[in-house]
Design a protein around this ligand. Structure first.
Ligand code: SF4
Length: 798
């Protein structure tokens, strides 16, 4: 059977011709909008007969393999045949490749860039062959983004010369292409015979997998709400793998909000591999977590893993690809050490060839760090599988917001005074501008918001970036270099967001001591997510809590044709004792009065069975108050408290205490929506119950109030969008900790009178049948009965 391998010109050239260090110096941040405009400006200035953005592909059959090289030429000047046959050079065909730079144009002409020339020669060959030309001109145009000037480097090539260049390129790539082709064969054969890895689907799991399969095949979006325990990860990955095998999608991006969720996806792939699947997957770990030289800059002078990176990376990639299927963090780090290459860059290189990429949401959505190599340079039929998608609303708000502070500008200023007087002046102007904002804040109790973008500040920041970049490009050393570089990256990120500023944004300013924090705050990320979703052919959003569906449908940026699926719990109702203490108010101003009632309700719930319990609170302060009141009443219980800013290790230690229960009850006091609020699996007797105090409303803050005002204006649901829906999401996530498997049994007690009001009640899962509790004695009785029933049932089963 003939295998087809597609490769973009850019990737072909990069894979075969890249040499040297990872980065030989500062190159400037990518300025996409400016670069697009520069391309258009050059293209528009060209004469009649010039065609911009010409797509081209070329097939090379080699044995059982067809290599398809394709790409898009920035411009082609192809005059009419009469003109072409004339002696006039203006009548000759030329192709143009446009590159933008923030560096010196003279450097561009002096330092020949082998990748740029490799690209244009490849295009020239393909175009000349397509049009049966014996020779062709090439124009490599460099456009300086800051000055608007450009130079054109012109060369003419005979077809024979181009042919030998191209043949050499293909020869070098061919061995790798045939590795990819045989891999594809192995992978697809394994997918064809792959069965669901368990004897049976769990209730609801098959419906979920089928719906996802159909959505992926039709290149649609789908929102799936499925309760914990249904086996969501497998229900998503299994159909996605099947679609990959049928070439319905080209690559799977499994996108997560947390590191632990990436481990779950890796485990699910391992289970599929144990059933015969052959699939290459890579897990991307953040650069700062995986870096071997945290003190060094990413260049050949400072980091040995960057030095000669491109001389070694090809071999490292090919070796790893041929010997492993799962490129997890451990594998990447050990290979990177063996091959002396940067572990983060190695993982990005492996991502190019992997079938599944497991990574944080950032890599698909964040305008500052999304993977341009896929979504801009080599777009394809990608599938986004978005895990715990309820988190994406808040994460997207962060990704599409940006902030700066006044102090770093002020700190940098004296250090550049003598060497960079121009920058020194700009920093002075920036400081004065920020002082003006600070004064305005002072007049408004320290906090101010403005629906308009901070235009004067943006002009000054642009000037700062221009001057900073100019100096940084020279790669000189100076004591202030690191601080300048940090501020440069902060401000370029800020300007990327500034370019997106629209009515969904607000400028927030806050005075903190002498400092000022200025934030471009994205209140509604839907438009930006909607645009980012065009990077994939299909997106599956899945979570245990996507209620209400309209809210998530809107805020996640889903299109009108996006489907929705809601699945019920797969577990026996009788395994969960669900109680609501609806006579207690936990509203902020009622808390002192209701403290004792809350404590009594908790004691009644946890006092009937020795076990492990999680108690969820809306804030650390409230948690502490209840703990102080409760601990003397339960002297035999061990108590653990979540404290602000706990590290990953603290979290692990905390959870490790939730081993099987001993002879003492363990109470974990935690905060709703915090690090214990979701994504923890305490199966069986590791967790006997959860008590949720309050309806989980996020605290009142200037930003939440802005969200409230915005949605009150735009859809009359301000309070719901800012507080009720995010709050109830936390409540449901907290309650979802208790029943994780079909043999789990446990209690959930919700304490707040608001749970019985329509505003909150209709957000509770349809399959819940809670009992409403007037007082603690009823709670004791109900919980006691529940455990007795469970004990009796267990005895019967035994
Ligand atoms: S190892 Fe660290 S410093 Fe070196 S190139 Fe990689 S990320 Fe940069």
């Amino acid at each position: 059977m003939t295998e087809t391998i597609q490769i973009a010109v850019r990737a072909l050239v990069a894979h075969t011709l890249s040499r040297g260090d990872l980065s030989s110096g500062f190159r400037g941040a990518s300025r996409n909008v400016d670069a697009i405009r520069a391309h258009q400006r050059i293209q528009k200035s060209r004469p009649d007969g010039y065609l911009p953005e010409v797509t081209i592909s070329h097939e090379i059959p080699v044995g059982d393999l067809v290599l398809v090289v394709s790409g898009r030429i920035d411009g082609v000047f192809h005059p009419t045949p009469e003109k072409r046959t004339s002696e006039n050079r203006a009548g000759r065909v030329y192709i143009e490749e446009i590159k933008t730079t923030t560096g010196d144009l003279e450097h561009c002409s002096a330092d020949e860039n082998p990748l740029h020339w490799g690209q244009i020669k490849t295009y020239a060959y393909m175009y000349a062959r397509r049009h049966e030309l014996t020779d062709i001109d090439t124009h490599l145009t460099y456009f300086q983004l800051d000055t608007g000037k450009h130079i054109v480097l012109k060369r003419s090539f005979q077809i024979g010369e181009l042919e030998s260049f191209f043949t050499d390129l293909i020869d070098r790539y061919l061995a790798w292409a045939s590795t990819l082709a045989s891999w594809r064969n192995i992978r697809d054969t394994s997918i064809r015979t792959l069965s669901f890895p368990y004897p049976d689907y769990r209730p609801g799991q098959r419906a979920m997998a089928v719906n996802i399969y159909n959505a992926l095949r039709r290149h649609r979006q789908l929102l799936v709400q499925a309760p914990t325990g249904i086996g969501k990860t497998m229900a998503v990955l299994f159909p996605a793998v099947k679609c990959l095998g049928q070439a319905e999608i080209a690559k799977i991006f499994y996108l997560t909000a947390r590191t632990t969720a990436r481990g779950v996806a890796e485990k699910a792939l391992e289970t599929l591999r144990a059933g015969g699947l052959r699939i290459k997957s890579v897990t991307l770990t953040a650069k700062d977590k995986t870096c071997f030289e945290p003190e060094a800059a990413c260049n050949g002078e400072e980091c040995p893993y960057a030095r000669g990176f491109y001389d070694r990376i090809r071999e490292a990639v090919e070796h790893l690809f041929s010997n492993r299927d799962a490129f997890d963090r451990e594998t990447m780090e050990s290979t990177a050490r063996e091959e002396a290459v940067c572990p983060f860059e190695l993982s990005l290189e492996m991502a190019r060839w992997a079938d599944v990429i497991i990574c944080d949401y950032n890599y698909a959505f964040d305008p500052r760090v999304f993977l341009r190599r896929f979504f801009q340079e080599e777009p394809d039929l990608f599938a986004f599988l978005i895990d715990e998608a309820h988190n994406l609303v808040d994460r997207a708000r962060e990704m599409f917001s940006a902030e700066i502070r006044k102090q770093p500008f002020l700190d940098l200023r004296p250090s550049v005074k003598h060497r960079l007087p121009g920058l020194y002046k700009t920093l002075g102007r920036l400081n004065r501008c920020l002082v003006t904002y600070r004064k305005q804040c002072e007049a408004h109790s320290g906090v101010l918001s403005d629906p308009a973008p901070p235009e004067p500040l943006a002009h000054l920041i642009a000037d700062f970036i221009f001057k900073a970049e100019k100096w940084l490009m020279g790669n000189e050393s100076a004591p202030f270099r690191e601080n300048l570089l940090d501020l440069y990256f902060t401000t370029t990120g800020f300007m990327k967001i500034f370019e997106q500023f629209d009515e969904s944004y607000v400028t927030c300013m806050e005075k903190t001591g002498e400092d000022l924090r200025l934030k471009l705050f994205c209140m509604n990320p839907s438009r930006h997510l909607n645009a980012a979703l065009t990077r994939c052919a299909s997106a599956i959003f899945f979570s245990a809590t996507l209620t209400p569906a309209d809210y998530f449908h809107t805020l996640l940026g889903c299109g009108d044709t996006a489907g929705r699926l809601r699945l019920g719990s797969p577990f026996p109702e009788e395994n969960l004792c669900l109680l609501i203490a609806d006579r207690v108010s936990t509203r902020y101003h009622h808390r002192p009065k209701s403290l004792r009632a809350v404590v009594d309700a908790i004691c009644a719930a946890v006092g009937q069975k020795t076990g492990n319990y999680l108690l969820f609170f809306p804030s650390h302060a409230y948690l502490q108050q209840v703990c102080d009141e409760l601990s003397p009443l339960l002297p035999d219980a061990d108590i653990l408290l979540q404290t602000p800013g706990m590290s990953e290790t603290d979290r692990e230690n905390f959870l490790n205490r939730f081993s099987l229960p001993g002879h003492r009850t363990l109470l974990g006091f935690v905060v709703m929506g915090g690090i214990f609020g979701e994504g923890i699996d305490l199966e069986g007797d590791r967790l006997s119950g959860a008590v949720v105090v309050g309806v989980g409303l996020p605290g009142i803050s200037p930003e939440n109030e802005l969200i409230r005002d915005y949605f009150a204006r735009t859809c009359s649901k301000g309070f719901e969008y800012a507080y009720v829906y995010p709050g109830m999401n936390r409540v449901l996530q907290a309650a979802g900790r208790v029943i994780r498997t079909e043999t789990d049994r446990g209690i959930v007690l919700l304490i707040d009178e608001r749970f019985t009001t329509h505003q909150y009640k209709y957000l509770l899962p349809e399959h819940w049948r809670p009992l409403y509790m007037k007082d603690p004695s009823r709670i004791s009785l109900s919980v006691d009965r529940f455990w007795n029933r469970q004990d009796a049932a267990l005895k019967r089963e035994a």
